[in-house]
Every structure is written in C-alpha cells, then in structure tokens.
Design a binder for this molecule. Structure first.
Ligand SMILES: C[S@@+](CC[C@H](N)C(=O)[O-])C[C@H]1O[C@@H](n2cnc3c(N)ncnc32)[C@H](O)[C@@H]1O
Length: 324
C-alpha cells in the first residue's frame, strides 16, 4: 500500500515536471515571436493596420492571461498568433457590472428579445441594460409556472421585470395572480432603522428620483399593467402591506426593494407560503454596494437550512427546499 502510494507520487512529480517544461517552451516561443516582430507600422488610433477598430490591448491581455504572463505585446500577439487561434479580444457581455467572454446566446432567442422589449416598454423606453438579469428572472419564472401558486414582486417600480415575465408567460392565459407591491414613493425610510441597517437609504432615494429611475406615478404603472388580468397592485410600504397578499401558495417571488429590512420581512411572510421548489430571485443579493442584503439573506437562508446561489449578475437565487 505504502509502496503504491510512493509510486503514484513519483509519477505525479514526473508529470508535473513535463507540464512545467511544456509551459516554459510555450512562453519561450511567445518571446521569440515578439522579438522577431520588430516595431509594427501603427495605423490610426495607434493600432497596427489590420487590428479591428474595437481592439483594446489592455482588454486583450485581460482576456488572455497567458499572453499577459508572457509579457509580449498584445497587438503583435493578436495579429500574428491570436487572430488565427480565434482568441477573444473583446467580451461577449459587458454591462450592469458583469464582463464575460462566455456564451450569451440567450440574447438571440426571439422569445427573450420580445419579453425584454416589453420590459423596456414598461419604463417608457429606458433600457437599463439588464439583459442577463432579465434572463435569470425569466428562467426562474418559467420554472415556477410549472408549480402551483401565484407570483409576487416586492419592489416593482415601473415594472420592468414583472412586465417581461407576464409577457413571456402569456399571463392572460394563466389562472394566477401576480401581486405587485411597492411604496411607489421609493425606499420607505420610516420603516428602515437607518443608522443601523441602511445608512445610505435616503441618499439612494434622492439619487434615484433625481435620475428618473424611481417612479411615484402610480397611474402610469397601472396603465402599464392594464393589458393583463389577475394583477394586484398593492401601494404602500412592505412589511405593512404584506397581509394584502391573500394567496396561500406562492410559486415565484422577486424581491427587489434595495434595502434589507423590508426584504427580510417579506421573506419571513412568504416563506411558509412558498410551495416546494418555488423560485425566489433576490435582485440585489450579490450586487456591489448592497452588502447589507447579502448578509441578511445569507443568515435568513442559513436559519432555514439552505443557502442562496450567488449569481455573477449581482442577483441571488433561492429555491424553496421540498422537505423542511
Ligand atoms: C430597484 S426598484 C425595483 C425595480 C423593479 N424590480 C423593476 O423590475 O424595474 C426598487 C423599488 O423598491 C421600492 N421599495 C423600497 N422600499 C420599499 C418598501 N419598504 N416597500 C415597498 N416598496 C419599496 C421602491 O419604491 C422602488 O420602486
């Protein structure tokens, strides 16, 4: 047994040595390429002719860590090696705090595009560039619609996400209620114990009203949702309004009130009503600047023997476990 372990370790060491040699040879080759290239004839914008207009050397190095590590010139490398190797020189997705070269083909799906466009319409044409966040919301809603129960959103604002979902699920064909709760007056600072839980709440309110992100025009919101039946718009501050939700079974919840105390109160109210497998999208869970929600929701889930999935979109996803 001991002999066999020793032999495996020796084999592992040999393989690691081979890999190191291989890496050294590759780095050496990259250096030689760089040395042979000499100074390129620079085109407009300081790029060598042939480089795509949107080529950014710093981005190329960020996306190709081996090239950065070899300390070769990004433009030289792309033109002479990287282009042939189909290397990424720009990300596929770069908005809303997320940059990635990964597959974003969900954006090409006509159903996604339609639903997203309906979300943009709800805001009066303002595109928040939330594509991946809406993709997550739609995915969760499509899973939830296979379960019994109603839908809830706490923090609706102009209705971007909920409108996308209702459009996508063809809400009028379903026999379910979508509960839409919001102060329609921004964050309820009277209900937030501001020094302790959310020191920035009042500032954020002011900023969001000034920029036109938040709305207090409830009639415009009602007009947006008028095309759908079985919609309940509940005006007022959570947690005070939660008992207006009369459904005993909830299959989907979107929690997006930008501050921890009402979000936790909403989760406490909804938890026993969430059906097994129900989807809860926590819009701010992983978003930079919303750490209080991250901590509070992490504790909330832990106390119920589960956890929140952190998403690179800034959201979190919580699935109601089947047996607890
Ligand atoms: C980021 S917005 C919601 C965006 C929305 N989910 C969408 O898809 O466009 C946050 C909303 O939470 C609301 N809000 C904040 N605190 C609240 C509370 N205690 N009760 C109800 N709504 C609240 C604000 O009025 C604001 O409209």
């Amino acid at each position: 047994m001991f002999k066999r372990a020793k032999a495996s370790i020796a084999k592992l060491k040999q393989s690691m040595a081979r890999q190191e040699e291989h890496l050294a040879a590759q780095t050496d080759a990259l250096h030689r390429i760089a040395a042979h290239l000499g100074d390129p004839a620079l085109g407009p914008g300081g790029h060598r002719a042939g480089v795509p207009d949107d080529f950014d050397p710093a981005m190329y190095l960020a996306l190709n860590r081996d090239v950065a590590a070899a300390k070769v010139d990004a433009t030289h490398h792309f033109l002479n090696v990287g282009e042939n190797e189909n290397r990424h020189y720009r990300p596929n997705y770069m908005q809303d705090g997320l940059i990635t070269i990964h597959n974003t083909s969900f954006q090409d799906d006509p159903a996604f595009q339609d639903a997203y466009a309906r979300g943009v319409k709800a805001t009066g044409g303002q595109d928040y560039n939330w594509h991946w966040r809406v993709h997550v919301g739609l995915w969760a809603a499509r899973c939830a619609v296979k379960l019994p129960g109603d839908f809830v959103e706490c923090g609706v604002n102009k209705g971007f996400l909920s409108s996308s979902i209702m459009h996508d699920l063809k809400w009028n064909d379903l026999d379910r209620t979508f509960w839409l709760l919001d102060t329609f007056a921004g964050i309820d600072t009277t209900g937030v114990s501001s020094e302790k839980n959310d020191p920035g709440a009042e500032d954020r309110n002011r900023k969001h009203f000034e920029s036109g992100l938040y709305t207090d025009d409830v009639s415009a919101v009602r007009e947006n949702f008028a095309e759908w039946k079985n919609v309940q718009i509940v005006v007022g501050a959570v947690p005070g309004t939660l008992d207006k939700i009369t459904s005993e079974q909830i299959a989907f919840a979107s929690i997006d009130m930008n501050t921890a105390p009402p979000e936790i109160a909403a989760m406490e109210f909804l938890w026993s009503r969430l059906v097994p497998g129900a989807m809860v999208v926590l819009d701010d869970f992983n978003y930079r600047g919303y750490e209080a929600q991250h901590v509070a929701m992490t504790d909330f889930a832990k106390a119920r023997n589960t956890s929140v999935l952190s998403l690179p979109t800034g959201q979190g996803l919580l699935v109601r476990p089947p047996n607890d």
